[in-house]
Every structure is written in C-alpha cells, then in structure tokens.
Design a protein around this ligand. Structure first.
Ligand code: PGA
Length: 245
C-alpha cells in the first residue's frame, strides 16, 4: 500500500515565533496519524524550529541550488538541506519556474544534486490557465517531465501536479481533473519503481476529502491552508482517512 504524503509549503511565510506557535498547535493534533507521512517545508532559517523531535513529520526544502558548494552567494545546497534534517526537497515549483526562470535543464541539475545528497525530490509540474484553455496541458506536462529524464528510475520520487491556475486562487482542480492529470503523469512515469503523485493548488479542508478519494492521488502539496495548524491538521486527517475509489 502506498503511504500518502501531505506536504506543507510555507513559501516565504512565518517568522521564528510563528513557526514555534504552529509546531505547538500542530503537534497536539497529529498524534494518531501514523498511516500518513507529513512534511513541513519552512523557510531555510527555520528547519530546527520546524522539526519534530518525536518524528511525526519530516522536513522538506522549498528549493535547492543546482551547484554542489562554493561561491554562490545566497544559494543553499542540497547537501546542506540533508544535513539540516530534510528528507525532501521541492524542485521546479511553479513560482520558481515563473519568477526565477527555472527551466528543465537547470531543474535536471537540481535533481542530480538532490540525489547526491540523498534527498527525495518532490518534482512539481502544472500548466497555466492559457495553456489549459489552448488545449496544450498534456504537451506542457510532457515537456516539464523531461526534467526527470536523467533521474534514476529505481529511486523513490514524488511528483506534484499543481495547475498554475489553481495555486493560491481558491479554485482547485476538480477531483476528475486532478485524477486525469495524475493518470497521464503516471503513464509517462510508468518505468518508475516508487512513485507518489500529489495534487496541489488551493487544497483546503473543504475539498481534501473528495480529492483524497481518488485512487491516483497519493497526497497533497498545500500552500495557503498549510499556514494554519488547525486547517493543515484537518487536511492531514482527511487524507489519512480517505478510502480510495
Ligand atoms: P496553494 O499553494 O495551496 O496556496 O494553492 C500550493 C503550492 O503552491 O504548492
């Protein structure tokens, strides 16, 4: 059975005291969720503050450098994330693609650094509204998946389908749309031994149940709703409890 994974992507939010408050409130609510894997992706300075000494959740980096180490001011290496306690790293989030011009050749190098450091990448893909309306969703996803072409197929990988039009907009993909995309990505990645396909884009406690009930969806990447410990705990609870159909 695939253990579901729910990841909180805090983006550039939360100061140190806010991280501490989240951890306290969240820890009180995740006690019984043993069947679910949870990861928090705080900003780089707060891995220590966001870590759970009891091991109920893992840590994820939101990004890593495509370089190993050295004179790259402002960058953070995958190896540093691993030594700071991360198990996962997001690669190719749509905000990195859009605001920082990250494209597949660079993402391939980031993935290679993540693997060298022993991190499991959470590789993000998703079409924009224009691309969906033009009917090029599948072509775009196929191109974005080229980022994974050199990644070893026998290593566990997580792929997050996050349609850009659903991120931070309050308009989530329907369970049918999310599952259709997950099925398509699953076919492109049929050679992978251990694959989990997540959905991301305006996931809330209100829509988690319906999305989690889809067989192809092995968890969620949650932005806005993950900032609130109660909402995020509820998303985790529902993701853990859903019986796929
Ligand atoms: P959202 O963000 O849940 O706020 O839409 C998701 C993401 O960007 O990973």
């Amino acid at each position: 059975m695939t253990v579901k994974l729910v990841v909180a992507n805090w983006k550039m939010n939360k100061t140190r005291p806010e991280v501490a408050r989240f951890v306290e409130a969240f820890a009180a609510r995740v006690e019984s969720l043993r069947e679910l894997e949870i990861a928090l992706a705080p900003a780089f300075p707060f891995f220590v503050d966001a870590a759970d000494p009891a091991g109920r959740w893992a840590l994820a980096g939101q990004n890593c450098s495509s370089e190993k180490a050295g004179a790259w001011t402002g960058e953070v290496a995958a190896e540093m994330l691993a030594s700071a306690g991360c198990r996962y790293v997001l690669v190719g989030h749509s905000e990195r693609r859009k605001f920082f011009g990250e494209k597949e050749p660079l993402l391939r190098r980031k993935l290679a650094r993540a693997r060298e450091a022993g991190l499991v990448p959470i590789y993000c893909v998703g079409e924009s509204l224009d691309e969906r309306e033009q009917g090029s969703t599948w072509k775009v996803l196929e191109r974005q998946m080229e980022g994974l072409s050199a990644d070893p197929p026998d290593r566990p990988v997580v792929v997050a389908y996050e349609p850009v039009w659903a991120i931070g907009t309050g308009r989530n993909a329907s369970p049918e749309e999310a599952e259709e995309a997950a099925e398509y990505l699953g076919r492109l990645l049929s050679g992978r031994r251990e694959l989990r396909l997540l959905y991301g884009g305006s996931v809330t406690p209100q829509n988690t149940g319906a999305l989690a009930g889809r067989r192809e969806i092995a968890g969620f990447l949650v932005g806005g709703a993950s900032l609130d410990p109660l909402a995020f705990a509820e998303i985790c609870r529902q993701a853990a409890g859903a019986t796929p159909r």
